[in-house]
Design a binder for this molecule. Structure first.
Ligand SMILES: [Zn+2]
Length: 214
């Protein structure tokens, strides 16, 4: 943030094609934000998944929903009962990724507006099941962990694409005028979000790579 510059930030859900501006403050500080639609109540933030495929990407949190059962079929029933709904197509899925970009730009002396790479902030959550049943055998836990890993690899495909394209947002701002910078940034985010839909279509929500469980 520069002292006299305009600063915009925006939270964006990965499906969030419908933006809701929560608050706008007049210059010099302008803030726009988006209401999140992912139902996170009744879920807990956990670090139980110790090694994730996206461990190298900063600000990614695993949000677990608890499942239980003493055999794969029982655990599958538990997953089916608790799992989230993908807001893009209303399909219930074992895992769900959600990311947000916040951005801002600086107005310089020549009346142009610019964003540096560090002006785009990224954060994400990955919702995934956590096997709670202590009575489940070690073998069952191992089977669950293999399934969970393959699920997280699919989610990594969502998260990593967005992370790798974060520079598109600053580039869009830098190619725009001060008046169109925010619109350009939103368009860049929408283009990134199109990958999520295409990726889920191509992989049938990961069915082609996620190990079947239960
Ligand atoms: Zn997916």
């Amino acid at each position: 943030m520069t002292r006299n510059g305009d600063v915009h930030s925006l939270r964006r859900s990965r499906l969030g094609l419908n933006f809701a501006v929560m608050s706008i403050f007049s210059s010099p500080l302008l803030v726009a934000a988006v209401v999140l639609t992912t139902p996170l109540s009744a879920m807990s933030v956990t670090t139980a998944v110790e090694v994730t495929p996206f461990a190298d990407i900063p600000n990614v949190t695993v949000v677990s929903y608890d499942v239980a059962g003493r055999n794969p079929a029982a655990i599958r029933r538990s997953i089916d009962a608790e799992r989230p709904t993908d807001p893009n197509d209303r399909i219930r899925v074992d895992g769900l990724s959600h990311y947000e970009f916040h951005w801002r730009w600086h107005r310089n002396g020549e009346g142009t507006c610019a964003a540096a790479p560090e002006d785009v902030l990224f954060s994400a959550t990955v919702t995934a099941p956590r096997l709670m049943d202590d009575d489940a055998s070690p073998k069952l836990h191992e089977q669950f962990d293999r399934y969970l890993h393959s699920l997280l690899v699919h989610e990594d495909g969502h998260i990593r694409y967005a992370w790798n394209h974060r520079g598109d947002i600053a580039a869009a701002i830098n190619a725009a005028t001060c008046a169109t910078a925010d619109t350009a940034a939103r368009a860049a985010v929408r283009a990134i979000a199109e990958h999520d839909i295409a990726y889920d279509k191509a992989t049938r929500h990961g069915t082609s790579t996620i190990l079947p469980f239960g």
